[in-house]
Design a protein around this ligand. Structure first.
Ligand code: ATP
Ligand code: MG
Length: 826
């Protein structure tokens, strides 16, 4: 059956029609003929023998001629579709449902550029790695107030439309969880969700829609980077919350950011890049502006070099052009949407300071344990850019201050400590700058007028970094993977466990469907109470788990990364999912829901402590630039709240330091200076209090994850599963193996079963009676299950289409649609 509503198509919409016609034609063939007879000749594909296929470029012929005439009205069409004819649109409706057939259908659809497929309410999107023509205005119109999911081609716009309608109908918050591996298309899907929402609803603020869409490139400039997996990989997670008033008008948005990969600021892997913004600056800023920030040669900066680009920053001229274009776009957004000129200037100063502080090099002192600074000029630039005292900066970089017996004690840093703490300043500066940008952006996305500040609902969209398994996996990967475990658990619980529990509670016979449960692994990491099924509140938190052991170890100065791994091995020996590696005292292996990952615990304790030297913090708090001062205020470290005052900006006359690198010999602070400093007074230095309020990185991570999960649990979820068709980021290329693995661990097969075997629509007896009174032959004051059953039987509905529980009627989706249409027809 063609699922096209002819009234929605113009003669000039070839691209749209062809896509849909191709699918429809394909569907007809697929249903009626064995797959082997399909007229797509093999030569269309190259195969490398390892399950990777690539088109030769020839597009399949569209079977326009075999298309049946389109029924004129959607209603006429609907009665036919109630027979679940359109199997491939919804995998759960397929008769022959197994892993191979699902893989086959997705692959065939992908071949025809049909990348979206339902599996019940869950949407699967396969990344096409090319621009497809079905996201434009016409589609926004088409997917506005969709009557029935299967009326139209599967589309992410349906998911959005459905979420919006659910929210306005039920006044319950909605959340759309977009998941998938790095490069699978989560961020692109998130943008489409926001775009469609801004089309289907009005907003209370004149340019709110525009702003919400526009801030994306700004956040991506600072939060995304090129990785081996994805040229525009999000190195932070985000939860976009769109808020609506009681009339369903959008009244604001709030972006919550999670887990920025700040280690990238100081270290980039082979064939990867640092955050986009650095490249945009060098490509887009005029030379004199760059010079104002003391910048000239990008290759003079350690953190912008990786193995493959020691000599050149840009791959080629078109790369440079693209970065320049992105810079212009970023500047426009910063100017128009978010920041003042002073803000923008300070942002660039912070970025330049990051580039220079990471260039500071140390060397061991001849007659002392400590280190000295090799070359003064990067420190001088940093001091000037951040408006902090240069001598104090040098001292802070070379020495540590601690308070022992109420006296400041200055200790010389070892080479390793000096390098680590220098990098820690750069990471802190960048990540706090990013946090500030997000908060600033948020302040521009709210309609603060009192009229719209009343109660409301929200639609949240979650785009969290996907599961990661690199050659080297560290603390950052562990956190990202734990977050993904948690989301997978949420998905499992929602789709499977909740479903089964509902059936059991209502006394409806339900054949148990096995699903991959990741409860054990969450317990291993978090000892999490909320993994316990409701009603069986076992206290997992008290069990030894990786994060509490990590925190305990981080408290003691004697521990090392290898003692941490030993401690884990000794205490978690019962856990099936944790293995230490013989011969490598830092390595350990975790069996995640998606894959087995080998981590190195190198630097875990330091990363978890996430500490900046107290004297460095104190120094930054004394910056003459209020913006920088605020970034390092104790309140920010503790609560994440920033009280911003007017920035003082460095005068444009520069700071008297020439652009040429000057080798000024050894640093000016020596052991002698340090000894003098030791005599300083008895009072505690400002900023040392920061140590006391500082939480560890894992505590902060757990707290924000819990907060996020709380939001998830109080909303109605909708799921979008993004699938990556190949590892080469190439169009028209499909790897069976890769897709199959993603389908397996994302639970697609189980969803199909549950959606098909289950009854997705349920209504209490009363609601059922109210909605479908016309099928009841007599008035029923207090409708019972028996009365509902009698009415359904009398209407000729067969038994397998519904089940009667203790309090509710359970229906197959097509039956519910059929009844709704019948009601409309009255
Ligand atoms: P990460 O976890 O690394 O951030 P991601 O899942 O967010 O990855 P995206 O950045 O959304 O991945 O997508 C990667 C690339 O794939 C995009 O830059 C774009 O080129 C392409 N892509 C993704 N989705 C689509 C789509 N629907 N249509 C066309 N191209 C797409
Ligand atoms: Mg992304």
């Amino acid at each position: 059956y063609a699922k096209l509503d002819s009234s929605k198509h113009d003669a000039d919409s070839d691209a749209i029609s062809l896509t849909q016609i191709a699918t429809t034609a394909k569907n007809v063939r697929f249903r009626n003929e064995p797959a082997a007879d399909y007229d797509d000749p093999e030569p269309d594909y190259d195969s490398d023998g390892a399950g990777n296929h690539r088109y030769n470029g020839a597009r399949p012929k569209h079977g326009v001629a075999v298309l049946p005439a389109l029924p004129g009205s959607a209603a006429g069409n609907l009665r036919q579709t109630a027979r679940s004819a359109d199997t491939e649109h919804d995998l759960s409706a397929m008769e022959n449902l197994n892993e191979v057939s699902i893989l086959h259908v997705l692959k065939e659809r992908f071949k025809h550029d049909v990348i979206q497929t339902y599996i019940g309410d869950v949407l699967i999107v396969v990344n096409p790695y090319k621009k497809l023509d079905f996201y434009g205005d016409r589609y926004h119109e088409m997917y506005k107030f969709v009557n029935k999911r299967t009326d139209l081609e599967p589309h992410i716009y349906w998911t959005v439309d459905h979420a919006y309608r659910q929210m306005t109908d039920t006044t319950k918050n909605q959340v759309i969880l977009i998941s998938g591996e790095s490069g699978a298309g989560k961020t692109e899907s998130t943008k489409l969700v926001v775009k469609h929402l801004t089309h289907i609803c009005q907003s209370t603020m004149s340019n709110l829609h525009d702003r919400i869409v526009k801030v994306n490139p700004l956040l991506e400039a600072f939060g995304n980077a090129q990785t081996v997996m994805n040229q525009n990989s999000s190195r932070f997670g985000k939860f976009v919350e769109l808020n609506f008033n009681a009339s369903g008008h959008m009244k604001g948005a709030c972006i919550h950011d999670y887990l920025l990969e700040k280690s990238r600021v100081v270290h980039i892997g082979p064939h990867e890049r640092n955050f986009h913004v650095f490249y945009y600056m060098f490509a887009g800023m005029p030379a004199e502006t760059l010079r104002y920030y003391y910048l000239e040669d990008p290759m003079a900066h350690r953190i912008l070099k990786s193995d493959h680009n020691q000599k050149r920053m840009f791959y080629d001229e078109s790369d440079r052009k693209l970065c320049k274009q992105k810079f212009e776009e970023m500047e426009e957004i910063m100017g128009k949407v978010a920041f003042t000129k002073d803000d923008i200037s300070t942002i660039y100063m912070c970025l330049a300071a990051v580039l220079y502080i990471t260039n500071v090099e140390f060397q061991p002192e001849d007659d002392n344990d400590g280190v000295t600074i090799v070359d003064d000029f990067p420190v001088n630039y940093v001091s000037d850019l951040l408006t902090i005292d240069v001598d104090k900066l040098k001292t802070s970089l070379m020495c540590r201050t601690s308070v022992i017996n109420e006296e400041d004690v200055i200790a010389l840093k070892t080479m390793e400590q000096a390098n680590d703490e220098r990098d820690a300043v750069a990471k802190a500066l960048y990540s706090r700058l990013f946090g500030w940008i997000v908060r600033q952006v948020n302040s521009k996305l709210v309609d603060s007028s009192s009229a719209s500040a009343t109660t409301s609902n929200s639609i949240g969209i979650l785009d969290l970094s996907g599961f990661e398994n690199f050659v080297d996996n560290s603390f950052e990967q562990l956190c990202i993977n734990v977050a993904n475990e948690k989301l997978q658990y949420f998905f499992n619980t929602f789709i499977f466990a909740t479903e089964q529990a509902i059936y059991a509670e209502e006394g409806i016979d339900w054949s148990h469907i096995e699903f991959q449960n990741n409860e054990d692994i969450l317990r291993l990491f978090l000892g999490d109470d909320d993994t316990a099924p409701s009603g069986s509140k076992r206290s997992f938190r008290r069990l030894p788990n990786m994060f509490t052991i990590l925190d305990d170890e981080s408290k003691s100065p004697q521990t090392t990364d290898s003692s941490l791994v030993r401690n884990w091995s000794n205490n978690l020996s019962d856990a099936q999912n944790f293995k230490s590696v013989s011969g490598d005292e830092l390595a350990f292996v975790i069996t995640h829901f998606a894959d087995e990952v080998t981590y190195s615990a190198n630097n875990f304790l330091e990363k978890n402590r996430d500490r900046l030297g107290a004297n460095l913090v104190s120094l930054l708090q004394k910056s003459e630039n209020d913006f920088i001062k605020d970034l390092f205020s104790a309140e920010l470290a503790d609560t994440g709240v920033l009280s911003r005052t007017k920035s003082k900006i460095r005068k444009s006359t520069g700071c008297g330091l020439g652009m040429k690198s000057r080798k000024s010999g050894r640093g000016s602070v020596t052991g002698e200076t340090v000894r003098k400093l030791k005599t300083r007074g008895k009072h505690q230095m400002p900023g040392t209090s920061l140590h006391k309020v500082q939480t560890t990185a894992s505590q902060y991570f757990k707290k924000s994850l819990e907060e996020l999960m709380r939001k998830m649990r109080t909303a109605d979820p909708l799921f979008v599963r993004c699938i990556k068709p190949n590892l080469d980021q190439e169009r028209d290329m499909w790897s069976d193996k890769l897709v199959q693995r993603q389908l397996q661990y994302s639970g697609v097969l189980q969803i199909a079963k549950i959606a098909r075997l289950g009854y997705p629509v349920r209504m209490s007896f009363c609601v059922f009676y109210k909605r479908f009174a016309m099928i009841f032959q007599e008035r029923v004051p207090m409708p019972s299950g028996d009365a509902c059953r009698k009415a359904l039987k009398a209407a000729g509905i067969s038994d397998e289409k519904f089940a009667i529980g203790k309090t509710k009627v359970f229906m197959k989706e097509d039956l519910a649609d059929h009844l709704r249409l019948a009601t409309l027809g009255r």
